[in-house]
Design a binder for this molecule. Structure first.
Ligand code: SF4
Ligand code: SF4
Length: 338
């Protein structure tokens, strides 16, 4: 596994970060073992968020006594000063620590929300105040619209940016990563499997590992998963493999869905998951998680073609900032399910 200087910080960060989002779904003892195994085997970046159910409490209970060994990143999705301030303090309490290394403003996808966060009574002021008090070392942001993130980091107000980068979502390469590099920011990629869809797993992890990012956060819930992720980063990616992966990303990312969630479907089709999985599904088939997803979505997907209000002008397509042909992709998925 690679280690690199983390942007403007003096921290030598491991290229694999432990994503703690799904820990609340497993028994505490399993979560504790996975976290300790990760720390014992070179992972020194732990990523969580106030919004991830009791993930922060699990981290506090399992590894707070090893606090000096890892870079701790959490997030707040509050937009105003007072709520963000309260949430930062609660996060510290839950994780049994007096500071986090990184506080990220979570899930910023709309211009209006960004303006609110950066305004006089916005969450950014709470983050700055916590930084002055020593409760927060660095401030970052996360979101699903890479070209907006590239614009929002341009004034140098953030130390870090967290974005999707995987074989089915290579979009951060276009503007965001170069913009972050220019500012010597901490670059963190998330969701190498895009929520459990991309396979083979090793190939999926090696793609972001081949790119210009410091950390790849992978959601892990067991020792086995930690081992599998570490193994995928055991050797560096050579030029030939990098080119192959890049070519594959162009193909699998051809759906162009950023997962911004601007769209919604009245009959319950989870549009971004169908969009993002569509090309992977047709080329490689699905992992169990993907099969379960399609099983659950079958009825909604099959109903799309007959949904009267969308017959002339699909409701979802009217909301997509990238003007994507979602109805057509959903219907080709219906053909796959039939
Ligand atoms: S076109 Fe299909 S997926 Fe889109 S909103 Fe209508 S029913 Fe839902
Ligand atoms: S289909 Fe369009 S609106 Fe929906 S998540 Fe993808 S990019 Fe966003």
């Amino acid at each position: 596994m690679r280690y690199s200087t983390f942007g403007k910080s003096d921290f030598q960060v491991s290229s694999l970060g432990f994503g703690a989002m799904n820990l609340p779904g497993v028994a505490f003892e399993q979560a504790r073992e996975a976290l300790h195994y990760a720390l014992d085997h070179g992972i020194n970046y732990i990523d969580t968020a106030a919004a991830y159910r009791n993930s922060e409490e699990i981290i506090g209970a399992a590894i707070s006594h090893r606090r000096k060994e890892f870079f701790l990143a959490t997030k707040t999705n509050k937009r105003d000063y007072a709520s963000a301030k309260e949430e930062i303090n609660n996060s510290l309490q839950r994780m049994k620590t007096d500071h986090v290394d990184l506080l990220q403003i979570h899930y910023l996808n709309y211009v209006q929300e960004f303006k609110q966060v950066m305004g006089e009574n916005g969450a950014y002021q709470a983050a700055l105040e916590a930084q002055r008090e020593g409760k927060v070392r660095h401030i970052g942001l996360t979101g699903h619209r890479p070209e907006l993130l590239a614009r929002w980091i341009s004034k140098g107000q953030f130390d870090q940016v967290l974005f999707h980068l995987n074989l089915a979502q290579p979009f951060a390469l276009q503007e965001l990563i170069p913009a972050a590099t220019e500012q010597n920011m901490m670059k963190v990629a998330m969701k190498p499997l895009s929520g459990g869809f991309i396979q083979p797993v090793e190939t999926a992890i090696r793609y972001p590992y081949s790119q210009d990012v410091h950390v790849i956060i992978s959601g892990m819930v067991s020792v086995n998963e930690v081992q599998e992720n570490i193994a995928a980063m055991e050797r560096e990616v050579g030029q030939g493999e990098r080119e192959e992966l890049q070519q594959l990303a162009v193909e699998l990312g051809g759906h162009n869905c950023r997962r911004c969630n601007y769209c919604s479907c009245p009959i319950g089709v989870t549009i971004p998951d169908v969009m993002i999985s569509s090309k992977i599904r047709d080329k490689f088939g699905l992992l169990q998680k993907g099969k379960d997803f399609y099983h659950k979505q079958k009825e909604a997907i099959l109903s799309c073609a007959d949904y009267e209000p969308c017959r002339e002008k699909p409701l979802c397509e009217q909301k997509c900032p990238y003007h994507l042909p979602m109805r057509q992709v959903i219907q080709s998925s219906a053909a796959y399910l039939a």
